[in-house]
Design a protein. Structure first.
Lengths: 534, 78
């Protein structure tokens, strides 16, 4: 199998440098990684135009983010690239955990049936970016990708930003109403605004090596604590498409990164794992864990998403997945504000909702890191105890931590959701679970993109509010395996946000007034109405 | 006896297991070995009393002894 062929994207002299242009843009996105490209596509689906800048002209060098969670795949599906990613990706759901040379336990991530998307796929970031770039081409009037356009200056105003951009043909200025900074862990935007990126740096060093080899390793995640081939440390083996394997090795706190990246150091380490099988090194990187985030993600008209806003350790697959979920939360809000359908308060809710997500990811990531890198003899003793008990005791498996894999963040209790006391079904704030409907489709294919009402069973839903009603059960889509009713309850109406999170739940009856009020709350129009009344 | 064995294995902490684990580690931070061992001893006595069922506690002690380093062969699974 041929390895990935990097093809440069076409740089074109920007209109601003050819005597044209000068037009103020609604949105400029800084960074054409998975997060920036997804943002452009999501905005385009809402009819909002964006210019995407990137200082480079190729996709990600090296596999980098490889592990995409079910929720992210559902978002990618909404953006129109989910099926393609699943088709190319390696679907896996079994993980095995070893201590020394014995298996402690194995787990299955998605024992539940009736979901369109698998629990996880492994797919190199360069494929994800390529597919997103190709999807952008479906919106020639709305998305403009500008390669080799490097951000060098940023001036903020009350109602917009002016960006200074360097290209092979010189420097130009671009004006925009909004800027979304998706420029990664070393964000230029963050530096230009001199924003503090607070958090923890763990001293432990890790080596990532992607190796190409024809092998019969199954599509599973194998994790070792104190493996026989790598004394006293930890190791991870994970399969990617094209016969590429991700090997992740803990190196300790004293390792010298520049030494450890040398082939003469890397090759023996890989041989210790894969034995005599022939292999070729595809990509090597030595890194430290960091858990940091910006205090706020929204800075006037500049909004941060993905690694520019928050970074976590890679164990748990919470970096790339967290970034895509940022976009999912932001795009519809920004589109409504740009179209004048909501006020800036809706953008502020992005800050609140995604900071919750980032904090959850940072907490889980820090805990995994602590488990993987015991700081004292007592921490080592506790870890050993958990691993030893885990062989025979289910509860202890819960304590063994090689990364808590990314689950969608619940927005329950945050102001956009209408809280209720109903116990049955899906609570407001939770991302809608999927379920089969009709003959061969899935519920989530019908939801998202706009506010919609989901009506299950024999229950009335107001038809005169301009909201599309998705009806399942009598007179609507067939609940072909009964899983919609099992997961959502019967005779219930849900108000579902454009990002497929539940905004409100109405059991028995969804009155026009109740739905109107929930919608106003979910779009931050409630406060304004109350103020007007007062 | 069978019930105790099942109860000892069954996960009762669910999603809060990570929180318990990290709280334990935090409690030991900055302690020397002696202080750590003493903390563990106090905690075990407290939890034993909380469990209340003496047979269960005795079975747990036996399990803990069996799962440890010296009992490795005993636990080997094929």
């Amino acid at each position: 199998m041929a390895r990935y062929a990097y093809k440069p994207f076409l740089y074109q002299k920007p209109a601003e440098l050819s005597g044209g242009g000068g037009k103020r843009r609604p949105v400029v996105i800084i960074g054409a990684g998975p997060v920036g490209l997804s943002a452009a596509i999501d905005l385009a689906l809402h009819g909002v135009a964006a210019v995407v800048l990137d200082d480079n002209d190729v996709v990600s060098l090296g596999s980098r983010a490889i592990c995409w969670s079910k929720r992210t795949l559902e978002i990618f599906d909404r953006l129109g690239v989910g099926a393609r990613m699943v088709e190319k990706g390696v679907t896996w759901k079994v993980g095995r955990l070893f201590h020394g040379d014995r298996q402690v336990y194995a787990f299955d991530l998605l024992p539940e049936r009736g979901h369109k998307m698998p629990a996880f796929i492994n797919l190199q970031q360069y494929y994800v970016e390529q597919y997103l770039v190709e999807r952008c081409a479906d919106f020639p009037d709305l998305i403009e990708l500008r390669w080799k356009n490097k951000l060098t200056g940023l001036e903020r105003r009350q109602d917009g930003v002016t960006l200074a951009i360097e290209t092979p043909d010189g420097v130009y200025a671009l004006e925009a109403d909004w800027a979304i900074a998706c420029d990664g862990a070393r964000s230029t935007t963050r530096s230009l605004l001199s924003l503090d990126f607070a958090g923890r740096v763990f001293e432990e060093r890790f080596l990532i090596a992607d190796v190409e080899m024809a092998s019969d390793f199954p599509s599973e995640r194998w994790f070792w604590f104190e493996p026989p081939f790598h004394k006293g440390q930890s190791a991870l083996l994970h399969k990617q498409p094209d016969n590429i394997y991700r090997i992740d090795l803990q190196l300790g706190g004293d390792a010298d990164p520049s030494e450890e990246e040398k082939p003469e150091r890397v090759i023996p380490r890989i041989k210790a794992i894969v034995g005599d099988r022939p292999f070729a090194i595809d990509w090597v990187s030595v890194y430290t864990f960091q858990c940091r985030r910006l205090e706020r993600f929204v800075h006037g008209r500049v909004i941060f998403a993905g690694d520019s806003a928050h970074i976590v350790s890679p164990f748990g697959a919470r970096g790339g997945n967290g970034g895509i979920q940022d976009v999912d939360n932001l795009a519809w809000k920004l589109a409504m504000v740009i179209k004048g359908e909501a006020g800036d308060a809706l953008i502020a809710s992005y800050d609140e909702e995604r900071i919750r997500g980032a904090d959850e990811n940072i907490l889980n990531s820090a805990r995994s890191t602590n488990f993987m890198t015991p700081k004292s003899e007592m921490e080592r003793i506790f870890r050993r105890a958990a691993l030893e008990l885990a062989v025979d005791h289910a509860f202890a498996r819960r304590m063994v931590n090689s990364g808590r894999l990314s689950l969608p963040c619940s927005l329950a209790g945050l102001p956009l959701q209408t809280t209720d006391n109903a116990g049955e079904g899906v609570a407001p704030g939770v991302a809608c679970p999927d379920a089969p409907v009709g003959e061969n489709s899935y519920l989530l294919e019908r939801l998202g993109g706009a506010f919609k009402l989901l009506a299950i069973g024999e229950v009335e839903a107001p038809l005169n509010l301009g909201l599309e009603v998705i009806r399942v059960g009598k007179g609507g889509l067939r609940d072909r395996d009964g899983l919609v009713e099992a997961r959502f309850g019967r005779n219930t109406v849900y108000l579902v946000r454009p990002d497929q999170h539940i905004a409100a739940r109405f059991s028995a009856m969804a009155s026009e007034t109740a739905v109107t009020q929930a919608l106003a709350r979910a779009t931050c129009r409630l406060a304004t109405r109350q103020e007007a009344a007062a | 006896m069978t019930t105790i064995a099942t109860d000892l294995s069954r996960d009762r902490l669910s999603s809060r297991a990570d929180e318990i684990y990290s709280t334990l580690l935090a409690a030991h931070e900055g302690l020397d070995d002696r202080e750590s061992a003493a903390l563990n001893a106090r905690l075990i006595l407290l939890l034993a009393n909380l469990v209340g069922d003496a047979d269960a506690v005795i079975e747990a002690i036996a399990r803990a002894k069996k799962s440890g380093d010296g009992a490795r062969d005993h636990n080997e699974r094929t």
